[in-house]
Write a protein that binds this ligand. Structure first.
Ligand code: CA
Length: 318
């Protein structure tokens, strides 16, 4: 599939692997990041705004508009604050403790006004969410015609045939707001799920971060520091992987080139109660429906993705 003149709206909770996803997008030929919408998730929403602006500045793209989004799950009564476990994985600042600078920017506006313009104009954009699905659930309710305008939305999250990474059943982005994810998956929107089934098959190692250090740019050093922290934690939590999983970059890659993954067509829902809360599962009530709204990635061409990743991220960091 051609990637010429593709425009992306990225819905991020930046985050180490969100930063990598941003670099992948900015380093992709013929791709424009039209906007970034921020979500709570790896860190608070305010910190996500700061991190997103910092990474955009570092990568030489301060012109990309950054919008604010949800600061908590749909059912939450207080703004999100990351757990000790999440702070350990992504670092206290969400970027592996790598030094963040140059993020002075105006307070961002809500994404809803921007998305109303996108829906009204019928812009040809790909929407990729790599955080909780709270923003998307809220936007679909508040922006009329958005679902039709966006076409198929790609999200990183969920686990169909593999265990979760927060509980034995739940993946982190879904676990952060199961209600929102269920609303998105049962709301008629066409989606593409890039879950742990495939993201644990694409792994970055210290050989790659060493190559970035050799580039010698501030951006490359920053990304090497950030990802080395992430790999250290992965070695403790997931030693069998041999590096860190590239969750969010794979979602961007699959949105731009769906042939990177092979999918099961299914109608999904999310378990909202009990010990399986946060599990993505085929919806028993829609099992026999001819129309399937979600393409669930179960296989990935890992070698081709890693080639793309190395070339594109190196371009973004150079
Ligand atoms: Ca993320």
């Amino acid at each position: 599939m051609s990637e010429a003149r593709r425009r992306l709206i990225l819905d991020l909770d930046t985050g180490v692997d969100d930063a990598l996803a941003l670099a992948y997008a900015l380093g992709s030929p013929g791709v424009e990041v039209a906007a970034v919408i921020c979500s709570y998730g790896n860190v608070s929403m305010r910190t996500v705004v700061r991190n997103t602006c910092a990474v955009l500045d570092l990568l030489g793209h301060p012109e990309v508009p950054v919008f604010s989004g949800a600061d908590r799950a749909l059912d939450a009564t207080a703004p999100f604050a990351p757990s000790a476990g999440v702070r350990r994985i992504h670092g206290e600042n969400g970027l592996g403790g790598a030094s963040v600078r140059g993020w002075c920017r105006m307070a961002p506006q809500s994404a809803l006004g921007y998305l109303r313009e996108v829906a009204t104009r019928g812009d040809d954009v790909e929407y990729v969410a790599t955080g909780p699905l709270t923003n998307l659930a809220t936007e679909l309710v508040n922006v009329s015609g958005l679902g039709g305008a966006l076409g198929r939305v790609t999200f990183m999250g969920g686990a169909l045939a593999v265990p979760g990474n927060v509980t034995p059943c739940a993946e982190a982005n879904i676990a952060n707001d199961p209600t929102a994810a269920d609303a998105v998956l049962r709301g008629g929107l066409k989606t593409r799920m890039i879950g742990l089934d495939v993201t644990h098959q694409v792994v970055l190692t210290r050989d790659d971060t060493a190559a970035w250090r050799n580039l010698g740019t501030p951006a490359a050093r920053f990304f090497a520091d950030m990802v080395d922290h992430y790999i250290t934690i992965y070695r403790q939590n997931n030693p069998q992987l041999g590096g860190c999983a590239l969750h969010d970059p794979l979602a961007v890659a699959a949105a731009l080139d769906p042939s990177l993954v092979r999918c099961l067509s299914a109608n999904l829902c999310v378990d909202l109660e009990g010990p399986t809360r946060g599990r993505t599962v085929c919806d028993p009530d829609r099992l026999r429906d001819a129309e399937k709204s979600c393409e669930v990635a179960l296989e990935v061409d890992a070698a081709r993705f890693m080639d793309y990743f190395r070339v594109r991220v190196t371009r973004a960091l150079s």
